[in-house]
Ligand binder design. Sequence first.
Ligand code: GSH
Length: 197
Amino acid sequence: MKLLYTKRSPYARKVRILAAEKNIELDYVDEDLTSKSELLLVSNPVGKIPTLICDDHTAICDSPLICEYLDALQPQPRFIPEDFAKRLSVLNTAAIADGLTDITLAVYMEKVRHPQDFNQKFIDAQVVAIERLLASFEEQVEDLKSWHLGSVGVVCALGYLQFRLGHLYHAEKYPQLNDWLGETAKRPSVKDSVPVV
Ligand SMILES: N[C@@H](CCC(=O)N[C@@H](CS)C(=O)NCC(=O)O)C(=O)O
């Protein structure tokens, strides 16, 4: 199976962490998002990474779905519980974590596209949302410790926030979250997937 990805993508990082934790071998294909490959565009009309291409050439798009696929393909260790209520809770946390990643990316891109005249009102509203999200993860740390897809999403979202907008991550305001993040950083799957430019 091929994973079209970039080394800096927080969404692709979730897939990389899951694959590593489950010992699923993927053939990693680095995409240049300024000049997308024909393979990416043909496989995923949205033109986004990560995109997984299975051995039978079926393409699977969007990181939540790719993670779900990998979890079904190799159920041990399980990252999405079978029990409906637990499953809903994990997928909800994963969606909220992706929400933080979406906001971080939006703020970063606003500043890249309009370095001189970015929309301060927009940025301010996103900063409030980022702080709200960090506070909610701080409250949820005990649950995150069970190391499920939601935890992986939070690790990737926080890693991306530190990577792109490090000045907005105030570790001292979220001590339990920060300690947990430090613990997860020891996992080879997390250590080996830290975003790089
Ligand atoms: N919802 C998607 C988001 C994927 C996404 O936005 N990927 C970015 C890279 S981090 C991308 O491919 N951007 C290229 C573009 O928008 O043209 C997922 O979870 O996989």
